[in-house]
Design a protein around this ligand. Structure first.
Ligand SMILES: O=C(O)CCC(=O)C(=O)O
Ligand SMILES: [Fe+2]
Length: 185
């Protein structure tokens, strides 16, 4: 499973980056600091009210890794915040999954890709279970946006940074603007 997921995450990563016509060298750099995937199960109580946060991923957040793959047990509840500030419910298809861009891919793409803020709200009587595979760089990997940068519309937005240090910084304050504060220019 983990090996297959690594392959899929690399294919999706490549498709996205090739869509932006970045050089093969750049894609190889991104690939070369790939790591294994972290896996997480989430459980959400049925009809929990909004103050009853039994699961931290109920809170609005962006994922701090590069790409996230999500499945659920058919009890919907995942919501994405649009750029215009509207929450939209996302249905994860029964035999499919949803891919979310995380902060690391946002940085690598020099903000061309948007890491959507998301949260979970469960209503109804059934518990929600979700399963996430989180593709991320090695802790010692350096995230360095070099391409997709130009002087006019897309000036460089992030300094090169170490993924492990970024995670430690986020873990120490849990603020969702961690990427901007830690590495933003
Ligand atoms: O349960 C979900 O659908 C979302 C989970 C999530 O956002 C996460 O694990 O980071
Ligand atoms: Fe998430």
């Amino acid at each position: 499973m983990s090996l297959k997921m690594s392959e899929i995450s690399l294919i999706v990563l490549k498709m996205i980056m090739e869509g932006y016509s970045v050089s093969q060298n750049y894609i190889s750099d991104i690939e070369s600091i790939k790591s294994s995937n972290t896996i997480r199960f989430n459980k959400y109580k049925a009809s929990a009210n909004n103050n009853d946060y039994d699961q931290v991923t109920r809170f609005p957040h962006t994922d701090k890794n590069s790409l996230t793959f999500l499945w659920d047990n058919g009890v919907q509840g995942l919501q994405l915040l649009s750029k215009t500030g509207k929450w939209t419910e996302i249905t994860i298809p029964q035999h499919g999954f949803v891919v979310l861009v995380g902060d690391i891919l946002k940085a690598w793409s020099n903000d061309r890709l948007h890491a959507a803020t998301h949260r979970v709200e469960v209503s109804g009587e059934r518990e929600r279970y979700s399963f996430g595979v989180f593709a991320e760089p090695k802790e010692e990997g350096i995230v360095e946006p070099r391409e997709l940068v130009d002087d006019t519309l897309h000036p460089l937005r992030y300094r090169p940074f170490n993924y492990g240090k970024f995670l430690s910084y986020y873990a120490s304050n849990l603020k969702d603007d961690a990427l901007q504060v830690f590495a933003g220019l």
